[in-house]
Design a protein around this ligand. Structure first.
Ligand code: CA
Ligand code: CA
Ligand code: CA
Length: 277
């Protein structure tokens, strides 16, 4: 049965870098974990936060880092880059947490990481699974916790560019081009039928709507989620396109008889996550 398209769509964009992972998570020392600032393997900036976790670790808080954030009450989405040297078993094996008190011992809000494939960076949309955004009134500590499925092995886990954001309100339309570039690679031996080879792929597009607050910054890496249908938060929508993008263009327009319009262009970077329904 065809569905009414677009009616409940949304655009979510990260507007705040909660933790850039440019240095080690060294708020506290935790047994059987070595905190490393990895300047070789990272996604954004010049480093990621790596945790070398020994077999003996088990479950619990892996590490935490000092942050200085204002209340998270007005945010609705969290993304981060994550990687593990082993496959994780289930959603919620790992959580990102925020605490108003040092050392992240009793966090006010917690977000679950999706399943990770060994040694593959994933831009993780992390739904809230415990606590509330509003309870994190003045977070000073961010933590990473292993909740379940102890791999019983030495494991390294990487985090980078933990960002939080919200719906870009008053957006009325979004569009995207997902493109594969092809090159003519015909040789003499191929005869008359040309042969083409996929060379590069890219994605990008635009979204626009009425002004409803200050404009988004341009030129910075943001996590972006383009929803085809509304779902009840905090669950991740399976009818959404997700990725990290750079806002490349902002076009404000205003006329004497109209409402101020904002139109944005974005260029996707890294992998685009496709809808699964
Ligand atoms: Ca970084
Ligand atoms: Ca830091
Ligand atoms: Ca630090």
């Amino acid at each position: 049965m065809p569905r009414l398209a677009g009616y409940g769509g949304n655009v979510y964009v990260s507007t705040l870098v909660a933790e850039d992972c440019e240095d080690t998570w060294d708020e506290q020392a935790i047994g059987n974990v070595t905190d490393v600032s990895d300047t070789v393997d990272y996604r954004v900036g010049n480093a990621s936060a790596r945790f070398d976790i020994l077999l003996a670790f088990g479950l619990g808080l892996i590490g935490s880092e000092v942050v200085a954030l204002a209340t998270l009450a007005n945010y609705t989405a969290l993304w981060c880059w994550a990687k593990s040297t082993v496959n994780t078993i289930a959603v919620d094996d790992y959580r990102i947490e925020f605490d108003n008190v040092a050392n992240c011992g009793a966090p006010q809000v917690e977000f679950s990481l999706p399943i990770l494939t060994a040694n593959v960076w994933k831009l993780c949309f992390c739904p809230r699974v415990a606590g509330t955004w509003g309870a994190a009134t003045l977070p000073i500590s961010i933590g990473l916790e292993r909740m379940a499925n102890d791999p019983a092995a030495n494991v390294s886990v990487w985090l980078d560019h933990i960002v939080i954001g919200t719906e870009v309100v008053a957006i009325r339309e979004w569009s995207m081009d997902v493109v594969a570039s092809v090159q003519d690679t015909s040789g003499y031996s191929d005869g008359q039928a040309k042969v083409f080879t996929v060379t590069t792929t890219e994605w990008g597009g635009s979204f626009s709507g009425f002004k409803d607050g200050p404009p988004l910054a341009i030129g910075t890496h943001v996590a972006i989620e383009l929803m085809e249908a509304e779902v009840a938060l905090p669950g991740p929508s399976t009818a959404a396109w997700r990725g990290e993008a750079i806002i490349t263009n902002l076009r404000p327009t205003s006329s004497v008889d109209g409402i101020v319009l904002y139109a944005y262009d974005y260029q996707g970077v890294y992998t685009l996550e496709w809808p699964t329904t």
